[in-house]
Ligand binder design. Structure first.
Ligand code: ACO
Length: 377
C-alpha cells in the first residue's frame, strides 16, 4: 500500500472500523450478534464444552478427540506448579498493588526463567502457551489467598482445570452449579478477535519479540477499565448502588454527569454483546444457588433503564462482575481471572501473527508546531 500523499489523511481514531489483518481464530458478526471460535458458536461451546476443550480448539483449530483431550489435560496438570524462585519473587510484590500487577510481573518473570523464551518454533510456542495456561490459576489463587492472610494451596492434579482453581482459592471443591457457571465465563472470555489486549500482543509479536513479552503487554492492556478492568468496575458500581430501588436514580446521575457506565457498550457490537445472554443466565443460576437476588435485581434495573435512556446494551463484563462476586472472588481478582481465560486467545493470536508476520507500524498525522529553527543565543 502506498503512503498517504495529502497533508490531511483520514484519521481512524482508535483504529475504529479499520481491518488490519486476517484471522482464522474467531469471527465477530455484529449484525447477527454472533461470535464463533474456529467456526463454532461461542454459546454452544459454553453450553457443551469444557474450557480445556476450548483452549485446545483455539490453539489447534479443531475440537479434541477423547484421546487428544486426555493428553492435553495430562500436560496441563503437569504444568500447574509454580517453581520456588518464582513463588518467592511474587510473595515480595507489595500487597498494595493491584493483582493485575502481580500477574503481569509473574509472566514477565516466567519469561526470564524460561531458557526457551526466545525459541519461535511451533513446538516451543505451544509449550509456552500451555505452561502459562496451567500455571496462571496457581498464581492468581495464591495472590488472592495472600491478600486474605492465608497460605497458598498447592494444585490438585486429580481435579479438572476449573475445579482445581476454585479449590486453590476456596479450599474446597465448590458445588457443580458454581463450577459450571465459572467454566462458562472462562469459555466466553477466551477469545474476541482483535480487541485491545490481543492487538497489543500482536503488535509486540510483530517486532519478533518473544511470547512472554507479548503476553505481558496484553495483560497491561487488559487491566484498563475500558477493557477487562470493567468487570471490577461494574461490581464497585453495584455495591455503590446497594439497593435495587436506587439503581435508576444512580444511573440518571451518572448519565447526567456524562460519565461512562461500566459494563455497557462495545466497540464492535452496537446491538448487544453476543456473549451476554449466556452469562446473564449463568448469573441467574449462581444467584438462585446462593440465595441472593439483590445483584440480579440491580442488574435488571440498570439494563432496562440504560436501554430506555440510551439504547446501549450490556457487554460481557456486566453479568460477569456480579457472578464472580457471588462465587466468592474478591473484586480485584476479577480481571486476573479474565487473564486466565484470555491467555488462550492471546497465545493463539501470537502464533498466528508470528506465522504470517508483518511489522505493525501505523502512521500518524502530525499536528504540532511547524518546523522551526533553534534560536542560538
Ligand atoms: N456509558 C455511557 N455512554 C456510553 C457508553 C457507556 N458505557 N458506551 C458508549 N457510550 C456512548 C458514548 O458516550 C458516545 O456517546 P456520544 O456519541 O454522544 O459521545 C457513544 O456511546 C459512542 O461511544 P464511544 O465510547 O465512542 O464508543 P467506543 O466504541 O469507542 O466505546 C467502549 C466502546 C470503550 C467499550 C465504551 O462502550 C465504554 O467505555 N464502555 C464502558 C467500559 C466497558 O464496559 N468496557 C468493557 C468492554 S467489553 C470487554 O472488554 C469484555
Amino acid at each position: 500500500m502506498s503512503a498517504p500523499t495529502t497533508d490531511q489523511p483520514t484519521i481512524y481514531k482508535g483504529l475504529a472500523g479499520v481491518v488490519v489483518d486476517k484471522t482464522a481464530i474467531s469471527k465477530v458478526v455484529p449484525e447477527t450478534n454472533s461470535l464463533t471460535y474456529r467456526g463454532y458458536a461461542v454459546q454452544e461451546l459454553a453450553q457443551h464444552c469444557s474450557f480445556e476443550q476450548v483452549a485446545y480448539l483455539l490453539w489447534n483449530g479443531e475440537l479434541p478427540t477423547d484421546v487428544q483431550l486426555a493428553d492435553f489435560s495430562r500436560r496441563e496438570r503437569a504444568n500447574r506448579r509454580l517453581d520456588r524462585t518464582a513463588a518467592s519473587i511474587l510473595a515480595k510484590v507489595p500487597e498494595t498493588c493491584h493483582p493485575m500487577d502481580v500477574v503481569r510481573t509473574a509472566i514477565s518473570f516466567l519469561g526470564a526463567e524460561d531458557p526457551a523464551a526466545e525459541d519461535p518454533s511451533p513446538q516451543a510456542t505451544q509449550a509456552k502457551a500451555l505452561r502459562m495456561l496451567a500455571v496462571l490459576p496457581t498464581i492468581v489463587a495464591a495472590d488472592m489467598r495472600r491478600r486474605r492472610g492465608l497460605d497458598p494451596i498447592a494444585p490438585h492434579h486429580g481435579l479438572g482445570y476449573s475445579e482445581n482453581f476454585l479449590t486453590m482459592v476456596f479450599g474446597e471443591v465448590p458445588d457443580p452449579v458454581i463450577v459450571k457457571a465459572f467454566e462458562k465465563s472462562m469459555v466466553l472470555y477466551a477469545e474476541h478477535s482483535f480487541n485491545a489486549s490481543t492487538f497489543a500482543a500482536r503488535v509486540v509479536t510483530s517486532t519478533q519479540s518473544d511470547m512472554y513479552s507479548a503476553v505481558t503487554a496484553a495483560i497491561g492492556a487488559l487491566k484498563g477499565s475500558l477493557h477487562g478492568g470493567a468487570n471490577e468496575a461494574v461490581m464497585h458500581d453495584m455495591i455503590d448502588i446497594d439497593r435495587p430501588e436506587r439503581a435508576r436514580d444512580w444511573l440518571t446521575a451518572k448519565l447526567d454527569a456524562k460519565e461512562k457506565v461500566m459494563g455497557f457498550g462495545h466497540r464492535v457490537y452496537k446491538n448487544g454483546d453476543s456473549r451476554v445472554p449466556t452469562m446473564r443466565q449463568a448469573l441467574q443460576e449462581v444467584s438462585a444457588h446462593v440465595g441472593e437476588d439483590k445483584w440480579m435485581t440491580i442488574y435488571a434495573e440498570l439494563e432496562d433503564e440504560m436501554f430506555t435512556r440510551t439504547g446501549i446494551k450490556p457487554n460481557l463484563d456486566f453479568p460477569t462482575g456480579p457472578a464472580y462476586f457471588l462465587m466468592g472472588f474478591d473484586i480485584p481478582a476479577f480481571t486476573p481471572v479474565f487473564v486466565m481465560s484470555r491467555i488462550t486467545g492471546w497465545t493463539a493470536h501470537i502464533a498466528e501473527q508470528a506465522a504470517s508476520n508483518a511489522l505493525i507500524r501505523p502512521l500518524s498525522a502530525y499536528d504540532g508546531p511547524a518546523q522551526r529553527p533553534i534560536l542560538v543565543r
